[in-house]
Design a protein around this ligand. Structure first.
Ligand code: WT7
Length: 647
């Protein structure tokens, strides 16, 4: 594997924590960081037990970890409740009437909830779920815009031991259906619509379409968000506000086993259908709570804004659970970053006095394009810490973020993790770590990440290899819902004795990790993780398409964009209109995020003798227009020549 990251020159530039920041930080100074890492290395289980003790347990655990590879159980025998930890626990002290959630709608609407209010809403909605027949272990699907009801629905499910399955509001009816069926959801929570770029996204209409093929969903709760007309199925549909008005405001939290499932969240893999990543209760909350506290240095006076959509893991862990478990004030924004003007984010930072801001490199690159004048219009002096997640951040973007948004004053924490890891795994601690732009620095204490070769042997500093995790960690996925075999083969069989992340990386001589991106067939568009197989099978489902191969092409703003190579059934002929039709077809069937930037028609796809499509070659053609790599396994060389001609 070759290093793809501009590296040695940038490594020399180091940003040390400022004295003021360091003085007040929860983890302060490089020695504390080193000491925490060393201590956790000696006894990782004891380290995580100390973290778990910060939560409220109804029954103590007997054993920190039970490890029957590749299946882990954390805090075995312990009982707790996530919503109790995120809400009830804060009601006894000064946080009782502290703002838990500031919310701003895209249309400018504003609401806020104190811990006491959020607790009451959650208990009420837990009672609503019960009244609709939801019991412990049942799955509740949630398909909502970014509104407070989304957090309330998640917390309410966790309160009664129901398992939530949040589906990103940008997904189509087809994608929604697939995720509801796979998770066997009994109830769906949705809204009439949500606001995005000034328009209404008709969620209820999509849900109605999806539910035609989901007989298991007996009840649908509908939030009135936009006031638009919706179709109504009287035996199935109930309005959120009516059900809430009829429900009691008291609902004691269930004491749940530490390994009780908390949620299923679907993510794309390199092959086949989306994977239902299963996360459980005690270990997940422990890791998410501690990483939020240490990495975002969260204190009572902070206003924490993670801009991720709650439909992704970042939103689960760092919009909802991490901040609430810490009794923090979080901010939620419903809409698009550039609506109605490119300064919307900075306006929000100024209005609420946001102190800690966590976003994605793709957003930063978009802001760079738009120019410094937009942030310059606002007073961003409340900010004290910045973070990024989702893909590698190029050092230029890092420096811009640090200089323009952070005024050179705010540390930038580049956090590496995945849907599967539940919480952050590799990241600086802002008051302790010397930062190198472009590097996520070192693994969090208690996390045994490493860079190894195919045989699992660590590679020397400076050399590229596979990013793995060698020991189980509390927030790790427990399985793929309904498919433990796929869990084993996908994550625990590729590199001997370790969890394989699917990423390439290298470590430098200081032990800093430089993530080189995915090595499997996963494309990251604007931080959204998309499986090539899912897009390809959608294209092939179109009547005129014979075969399709989808690859990522580097893109300055979105990180990667999608290029689809398509061969048609013999009776059809390519034209520009069909290209547009196919783009639209993918957007309709998966969601707008999966829309190909380009459709290229070709007479044949490059294949190996065994018939595997050589996406690597297509990637090269899509990116540079030519192939430099090894082509010895190619079956038919004329295909390449033709692909180039067809450009
Ligand atoms: C993949 C996981 C969990 C956060 C949201 C994405 C890439 C994530 C970084 C980073 C370089 C990163 C990796 C990873 N990634 N963070 N700081 N630097 N790459 O979750 O959709 O499950 O994607 O995102 O390739 O494997 P996800």
């Amino acid at each position: 594997m070759s290093a793809e990251i501009e590296s040695y020159s940038t490594e020399r530039q180091i940003f040390k924590p400022g004295r003021n920041f360091q003085k007040r930080a929860i983890i302060s100074g490089p020695q504390s960081w080193d000491a925490a890492i060393r201590k956790a290395e000696k006894n990782p289980e004891a380290f995580w037990e100390t973290a778990a003790r910060e939560l409220l347990w109804r029954k103590p655990w007997k054993k920190a970890l039970q490890w029957k590879p590749p299946f882990a159980r954390w805090f075995v025998g312990g009982k707790l409740n996530v919503s109790e930890n995120c809400l009830d626990r804060h009601l006894d002290g000064p946080r009782r009437h502290k703002v838990a959630v500031f919310w701003e709608g895209e249309n400018g609407e504003r609401r806020s909830y104190t811990y006491w209010q959020l607790h009451r809403e959650t208990a009420r909605f837990a009672n609503v779920l019960k009244s609709l027949g939801v019991a412990k272990g049942d799955c509740v699907a949630i398909y909502l815009p970014t509104i407070p009801e989304l957090a309330v629905a998640m917390l309410a499910a966790s309160r009664i031991g129901a398992v939530h399955n949040v589906i990103f509001g940008g997904f189509s009816a087809e994608a929604l259906k697939e995720r509801i069926l796979d998770a066997k959801a009994k109830v769906l929570v949705t809204a009439d619509g949500g606001f995005r770029k000034g328009a209404v996204v008709a969620l209820k209409a999509c849900a109605d379409e999806a539910l035609k093929s989901c007989p298991g969903v007996a009840k649908v709760v509908v939030v009135k968000r936009c006031g638009t007309e919706v179709a109504w199925e009287p035996r199935r549909d109930v309005w959120w506000h009516e059900a809430m008005a009829a429900a009691g405001a008291s609902c004691p939290p269930e004491a749940l086993d530490s390994e009780h499932p908390l949620f299923i969240l679907y993510t794309s893999g390199s092959t086949g259908k989306p994977k239902g990543i299963l996360h459980t209760t005690g270990g997940y909350l422990t890791q998410v709570a501690l990483t939020t506290k240490w990495i975002f240095d969260l204190k009572d006076a902070d206003v924490f804004w993670c801009t991720a959509d709650i439909g992704w893991i970042t939103g689960h862990s760092y919009v909802v659970y991490g901040p609430l478990a810490n009794g923090a004030t979080l901010l939620m924004y419903e809409g698009a970053p550039l609506h109605p003007q490119p300064d919307r984010f900075w306006q929000i930072v100024e209005r609420y006095g946001v102190t800690v801001f966590y976003t994605a490199p793709t957003a930063i690159r978009m802001f760079i394009r738009l120019g410094e004048k937009w942030p310059a219009r606002h007073d961003l002096s409340s900010l004290r810490l910045l973070g990024t997640v989702g893909e590698p951040i190029n050092p230029e973007a890092w420096r811009w973020y640090h200089r323009v948004i952070g005024a050179g004053r705010c540390p930038v924490v580049d956090t590496w993790w995945q849907t599967e890891t539940g919480g952050i795994m590799i990241s600086p601690l802002p008051g302790a770590t010397a930062l190198k732009p472009g590097s996520a620095s070192r693994p969090f204490p208690g996390i045994s990440a490493d860079v190894v070769d195919r045989d699992g042997v660590p590679v020397p500093a400076g050399q590229g290899g596979y990013l793995v995790v060698k020991r189980p960690w509390p927030g790790m996925l427990r399985t793929i819902h309904g498919d433990p075999e796929r869990y084993k083969s996908q994550y625990w069989s590729q590199i001997p004795g370790a969890y394989f992340t699917g990423d390439g990386a290298r470590k430098d001589k200081d032990g800093y990790f430089w993530i080189m991106g995915r090595i499997d067939d996963v494309i990251k568009v604007s931080g959204h993780r998309l499986g090539t197989a899912e897009i390809e099978s959608t294209l092939v489902a179109h009547a005129q398409v014979a075969e399709a191969a989808v690859v990522g092409r580097p893109d300055d703003v979105t990180g990667e964009s999608i290029v689809a190579f398509v061969t048609l059934q013999s009776e059809y002929h390519p034209d520009a209109k069909l290209g547009e039709t196919l783009k639209e077809y993918v957007a309709k069937n998966i969601g707008a995020i999966a829309r190909p930037a380009e459709v290229r028609f070709t007479e044949a796809l490059p294949k190996t003798r065994s018939g595997k499509i050589m996406r690597r070659l297509l990637r090269e053609i899509a990116s540079n227009g030519q192939v430099k790599g090894d082509v010895t396994t190619l079956e038919d060389f004329s295909v390449l020549a033709r692909l180039r001609e067809e450009e």
